[in-house]
Design a protein around this ligand. Structure first.
Ligand code: MBD
Ligand code: FE
Length: 278
């Protein structure tokens, strides 16, 4: 069965790429190297990194045009479905000696009419203090710093975690080599990933950054947008408390999510543009 959208988009992409190859006199050897880069990036565990770094932010910008509620952000390569459901008071799964400054992330989930959404799910994932994700990089407990929590009756949530550092794309993999050849650095600013879900509303993939941190202006994935940057509020421990580790200064950050009604999804090509892999 043919699909008109697939024909339009894929045939234009094909023409555009063939024109591009002629324009730059892409040789057979260069073609083979590009092909090997894509294959090795996936095989060496970088997954969708190549595509997500170069293209995903543009796709979210396009999807955000006319989208009601909070804007979508890039998902990146390292989301894993099935993170543990946490119980209150919420604290992200972590090692007893998890490194990093304590961060309390809190806010509210509402609909576009500013009505609180109780029981909305926040599915969160983030890097640890060494900049690595569990269930991706070896040597980290399964589901570490990944978890799901739900909002209270008033739509509010609060979760204790650690402040992640900037994320550095592995230097020695295929993407690191490419970025080196381009003379670009390979950093993303520190960030939290969150998917927010509630029955009857569009799922929201969000990503939040911290004001004042490095690489906000030069994210290798060019995905930082104004509304995604949180202000960190610093809190000092009570006098006399051990000032190191988890008893040192901690920070909190606030963010509200606004979920769009499901009906709005029909207005665009959501889910309809390309065949989904089964
Ligand atoms: C990440 O953690 C990420 O969020 C993206 C978009 C790309 C690489 C690593
Ligand atoms: Fe990330």
């Amino acid at each position: 069965m043919t699909d008109d959208r697939v024909i339009d988009v894929v045939e234009d992409l094909e023409r555009t790429l063939l024109d591009f190859m002629r324009k730059h006199h892409i040789t057979h050897d260069e073609y083979r190297r590009a092909r090997d880069l894509v294959i090795s990036s996936v095989k060496e565990g970088e997954e969708s990194l190549l595509l997500d770094v170069f293209l995903e932010a543009e796709a979210t910008d396009i999807g955000n045009l006319g989208r009601p509620g909070s804007a979508e952000a890039i998902e990146g390569p390292f989301y894993r479905p099935g993170a543990p459901r946490l119980s209150r008071p919420y604290r992200m799964p972590q090692r007893p000696d998890e490194a990093g400054r304590v961060l309390v992330f809190h806010g509210r989930v509402t609909d576009t009419g500013n009505r609180p959404l109780a029981g909305a799910e926040l599915d969160m994932w983030q890097a640890d203090a060494t900049g690595r994700y569990s269930n991706v990089f070896p040597g980290i407990p399964e589901w570490n710093l990944r978890g799901r929590l739900t909002t209270s009756e008033d739509g509010s949530f609060a979760v204790e975690t650690i402040l992640p550092p900037p994320y550095e794309i592995p230097k020695h993999g295929p993407m690191g080599t490419l970025l080196g050849a381009l003379g670009r650095h390979s950093y993303r600013p520190a960030h939290l990933h969150v998917k927010v879900r509630h029955t009857g509303h569009r799922d929201l993939t969000s990503q939040l950054y911290f004001r004042g941190g490095p690489y906000l202006e030069s994210d290798v994935a060019n995905a930082v947008r104004d509304g995604f940057i949180l202000d960190l509020v610093r809190h000092d421990p009570p006098p006399g408390a051990n000032s190191g580790g988890p008893h040192g200064p901690w920070v909190d950050a606030h963010h509200d999510f606004v979920l769009a009604p499901l009906a709005a999804a029909a207005a665009d090509h959501a889910g309809g543009a390309l065949p989904r892999p089964s």
